[in-house]
Design a protein around this ligand. Structure first.
Ligand code: GLU
Length: 333
């Protein structure tokens, strides 16, 4: 375990750290009215936009939990990390990346046209087409129960359940994902029954988690697949490295480049309002705030991460001049 923690990088567990996190949250809360909750899955439209919770773990198990950190919401696209971990562990990168690329798409998460005209395989596992291809790959070897068990393990959260309302609401309105899956079938990427693939994909999106569960998963990724508390290895360091890299380049949909410049923390978002952010070797962060920006990322969550990235030096590329530069949502700079 000590091999992984390098003390020069460990997040200081002090009252100052806590104060910085509290202030970042207070500032980030102000941008909530600039976003909107997702409504394309009708059940998600019922979310309360004023909810805001964060959990920040240092790798020595210092822990800061604030606001609605224990409120349940659906994982949505953050489940793409779970699918990818399972696929990489089962099949290895050569087989996984024969099905799906590793390049940013520059397109919306549910884009269809570019998938057809620009490429014969999905751009990356962080967009819907890529995740559907990954679920198709693992489908013959897993069941929903097996995936749920893995989600509980990696999120260190036995209370994760399927949100039936959200699942059914999405199944009734998932025409775009169906179109993507049939297109992938026509290209020979999806090999199983489309309905079976979509059912598993959509169920995994509808897992009920908390900001705390996301922070637990993030912490394991930050320490290369090992839980620092128990010493247990959950995924290989290779899987953790690939997942973190794709989070940095593709995790925030068509806002990934901007987010990497402004925040520089590998992060995956979901339209349920969750953010799972990994400050490598330093911290695991989970955020919940369901008001979304135009790209479908939690608007207050991005603002919050941008502020703590600078103040707590959680970013990959720390710039000493950074304090002078505008905040994430420029109009409030
Ligand atoms: N279940 C959602 C979908 O497939 C996930 C999208 C997201 O969180 O980005 O549309």
């Amino acid at each position: 375990m000590s091999r992984i923690i390098d003390t020069k990088y460990v997040l200081p567990d002090t009252d100052d750290t806590r104060q910085i996190v509290i202030e970042a949250m207070e500032e980030a809360r102000k941008v909530i009215p600039h976003g909107k909750v997702a409504t394309y899955i009708p059940e998600l439209g019922k979310a309360d936009p004023s909810r805001f919770g964060v959990v920040l773990y240092g790798l020595t198990n210092s822990k800061i939990c604030l606001g609605d950190y224990d409120v349940r919401f659906t994982m949505q696209s953050i489940s793409k990390l779970i699918n990818l971990c399972v696929a990489l562990e089962m099949f290895g990168p050569d087989i996984v990346f024969s099905k799906v690329g590793a390049e940013p798409s520059g397109e919306a998460f549910n884009s269809l046209v570019e998938l057809d005209t620009r490429s014969n395989k999905p751009f990356n596992p962080m967009v819907n087409s890529g995740a559907i291809a990954i679920v198709d790959l693992i489908l013959p070897k897993v069941s929903f129960d097996k995936m749920l068990a893995f989600a509980k393990e990696i999120c260190v959260d036995d209370e994760i359940t399927l949100n039936h309302e959200v699942f059914e609401s999405e199944m009734a309105t998932c025409q775009r994902n169906k179109a993507i899956a049939y297109l992938l079938q026509s290209k020979g990427i999806v090999e199983n029954d489309v309905d079976d693939v979509l059912e598993l994909y959509t169920k995994l999106c509808a897992l009920n988690v908390t900001a705390e569960s996301l922070a637990n998963f993030a912490k394991i990724l930050a320490s290369d697949g090992v839980c620092q508390l128990t010493g247990r290895r959950h995924i290989s360091s290779q899987t953790a490295r690939i997942v973190k890299t794709l989070m940095l380049t593709c995790g925030m949909y068509d806002g990934s480049g901007t987010f990497a410049v402004k925040v520089g923390i590998p992060t995956k978002s979901g339209v349920g309002g969750g953010l799972l952010a990994v400050s490598d070797k330093r911290a695991g962060i989970g955020v919940f705030s369901p008001s979304l920006d135009e790209q479908g990322n939690s608007i207050a969550g991005c603002e919050f991460l941008s502020r703590i990235a600078k103040k707590l030096k959680l970013t990959l590329f720390f710039d000493p001049e950074w304090e002078k530069i505008t905040v994430y949502n420029n109009e409030l700079g």
